[in-house]
Design a binder for this molecule. Structure first.
Ligand code: HEC
Ligand code: HEC
Ligand code: HEC
Ligand code: HEC
Ligand code: HEC
Ligand code: HEC
Length: 440
């Protein structure tokens, strides 16, 4: 009987946990909805009838609004204004009292989340923005080709050995008919004549397959500690550490999207249009002010910024950042699930486990103290065991809005049933160990 109840609860809980993804949206669908409903009055990067909307969630939340407010505004701005909401009326005044359409009945809440996700991470770069190129460590397709080369090579060697044996055996056999023996003689001659070519082919295939295996091992083996050189010597210690720049200013995707993303050069230019030289006190051993300044100039080269005349030349050459963290394609990992829904408990749990190393920013629980790194290095091994370990030991945040209503009831029930000790609900209890949650 208890078992049945437990199973029922688990099913209930897993269906509830879908709610925790509420801020997530489907960027593709969002793009379509935006084009269909909003582009008459809004563009991403410039003002039309309404304000530019790229990154609007970040902008408004920085100004103190919450996501709920933005959703309400889009759903029915008129009602919001009539309710006396100050912010809503202020925007209306600032935009010459032009009323925005009401979307109640036309868009669902999910539709709006999709649009917001798109506005945070519009995938297609506009002309002013250089695309962000992130190189993958190895290409899987190449590996398949190389592996098939390897198998062909092995089969060829096998056949050669067999043929070799056959040639020796058959020519010495007395029982052969004349016809067969001439055939075999011809074949032996052919074989002797072209042996060299065959061996050369086999050697080539073997060399290729060794290369394949090596490349594959490189891709799989490097994990914790992986810290490749980057085309621009960008130091997190100088940006996030010395200058205390918030991680999410550059990696804004972490909050609303599946991926964090590397910022585009136009984000760099927000500051580096004015910061063209390094004048900081901190200098890493072996580096110099001149070195740092030269690295800043690389931004200008790549984005095509003419420093002297303070204008863009239009000549761009995207930076090819080397990708460091890279889960296999069959793994589903979502930043916002961890950065928004899991933020409080992940920080609390980390600090409990590491009394000598307290963190304030959730990113550090997984990425380590990036703000002390000149070169980003993988701080954990990012394996399945690592994910599962944390899900087993990290409690779910009962008060994070999404979970609160449902879990509080359940929490009480569990307390009654199992006693005070076992009343903690860890991520595994809400489905965090189910294969399908992390694998497609
Ligand atoms: C008929 C024109 C029109 C359409 C269509 C429209 N908007 Fe607006 N929107 C405006 C105007 C004008 C404002 C400025 C506020 C005002 O004057 O009421 C605005 C303001 C906003 C704001 C607040 C921006 C800020 O800087 O505070 C958001 C968010 C927004 N719109 C999202 C959307 C979305 C999403 C859609 C499509 C689903 C959409 N709008 C469709 C005209 C429009
Ligand atoms: C000023 C912009 C900026 C800030 C602020 C910033 N980053 Fe970055 N981050 C970058 C750039 C550019 C890269 C790519 C180059 C590199 O790897 O250093 C990057 C790379 C990374 C990577 C590795 C990405 C990969 O390829 O796997 C992680 C993880 C990361 N940042 C986390 C953080 C965290 C955590 C913080 C806050 C403590 C932070 N970043 C603050 C710009 C920034
Ligand atoms: C929020 C402002 C801001 C943004 C955004 C920003 N930087 Fe910086 N950057 C700084 C400051 C501040 C310094 C230190 C300047 C000093 O101390 O003189 C700096 C220094 C640098 C340096 C020299 C030191 C080092 O890290 O090697 C480079 C190179 C650099 N930035 C590259 C970038 C790149 C590339 C981007 C975009 C991915 C970027 N910055 C985005 C503020 C910013
Ligand atoms: C629960 C662990 C966890 C937390 C917390 C976390 N990350 Fe990540 N991060 C990951 C994993 C796992 C990947 C690899 C994702 C992939 O390859 O699909 C990753 C990848 C990245 C990347 C590389 C680009 C990408 O999205 O794949 C950046 C940049 C990054 N994280 C920044 C951040 C920042 C900034 C924060 C805090 C706001 C943060 N992360 C919080 C686990 C985490
Ligand atoms: C530092 C701890 C930590 C690590 C490491 C971690 N997670 Fe999580 N994860 C959480 C927490 C906490 C939640 C629950 C958030 C909530 O809804 O309150 C969660 C939730 C999830 C969920 C949603 C579960 C559900 O039932 O809705 C998925 C999927 C997930 N994580 C995947 C991963 C993957 C894949 C990795 C490894 C690449 C990983 N996580 C690593 C702490 C972690
Ligand atoms: C919390 C997230 C999470 C859950 C739950 C999870 N996996 Fe994984 N799994 C991962 C990650 C991350 C990797 C990639 C590890 C790597 O690249 O080193 C992985 C890799 C794998 C692999 C490839 C082999 C390997 O170890 O690299 C298999 C097979 C696999 N998982 C099966 C399963 C099965 C079966 C279940 C259910 C019992 C499951 N996983 C549940 C996160 C998860």
């Amino acid at each position: 009987m208890n078992k049945i109840i437990a199973v029922c609860m688990l099913t209930l809980l897993t269906s509830v946990s879908v709610l925790s993804q509420k801020v997530n949206g489907d960027v593709k669908n969002g793009e379509k909805l935006f084009k269909d409903n909003c582009t008459a009055c809004h563009a991403l990067d410039r003002k039309l009838t309404g304000p530019a909307l790229k990154g609007i969630v970040t902008k408004l939340t920085e100004e103190g609004a919450d996501v709920g407010w933005i959703q309400k505004w889009i759903m029915n701005n008129e009602a919001l204004r009539k309710s006396g909401d100050k912010r809503a009326n202020k925007i209306f005044e600032e935009n010459n009292q032009i009323a925005m359409d009401v979307f109640e009945g036309r868009l669902s809440e999910q539709n709006i989340d999709d649009i917001l996700a798109y506005l945070e991470n519009p995938p297609v770069p506009t002309q002013e923005v250089t695309p962000v190129v992130v190189e993958k460590k190895t290409s899987n397709d190449l590996n398949y080709i190389l592996l098939s080369f390897a198998s062909i090579g092995v089969i060829l060697i096998f056949t050669l050995i067999k043929v070799n044996k056959l040639v020796k055996l058959k020519t010495s056999s007395a029982e052969l008919t004349e016809l067969e023996s001439t055939r075999i003689k011809n074949f032996s001659q052919f074989y002797v004549q072209y042996k060299g070519v065959l061996y050369a082919l086999v050697t080539l295939l073997l060399a290729l397959s060794f290369y394949g295996v090596w490349a594959w091992l490189m891709g799989i083996g490097v994990d914790k500690g992986y810290a490749p050189d980057q085309p621009i010597y960008f130091s997190h210690k100088i940006h996030a550490g010395e200058n205390k720049i918030n991680c999410q200013l550059c990696h804004s995707g972490a909050k609303y999207g599946k991926v964090s993303e590397i910022p585009s050069l136009s984000v760099c230019m927000n500051c580096h249009r004015n910061i063209s030289e390094y004048t900081g006190k901190y200098i890493e051993p072996g580096k110099s002010k001149e070195f740092y300044t030269a690295e800043i100039k690389k931004i200008y080269e790549h984005i095509g910024w003419d420093e002297e005349n303070q204008k863009y030349t239009g000549k761009q050459n995207p930076v090819k950042w080397e990708r460091i963290h890279n889960m296999p394609d069959f793994v589903y990992f979502n930043h916002s699930q961890h950065v928004v829904a899991g933020e409080k408990t992940i920080i609390a749990n980390y600090n409990k486990k590491n009394p000598n190393h307290q963190i304030d920013v959730v990113c550090k629980a997984c990425h380590g103290s990036i703000d002390t790194m000149n070169v980003v290095r993988m701080a954990n091994d990012f394996t399945m065991g690592w994910c599962v370990d944390c899900h087993r030991t990290t409690e779910v945040d009962m008060n994070n809005g999404y979970n609160a209503a449902y879990f509080n009831k359940l929490h009480e029930k569990l307390k009654k049933e199992y006693g005070e000790d076992k009343s903690k609900i860890t991520v595994d209890a809400i489905g965090g160990l189910e294969c399908g949650k992390c694998h497609y």
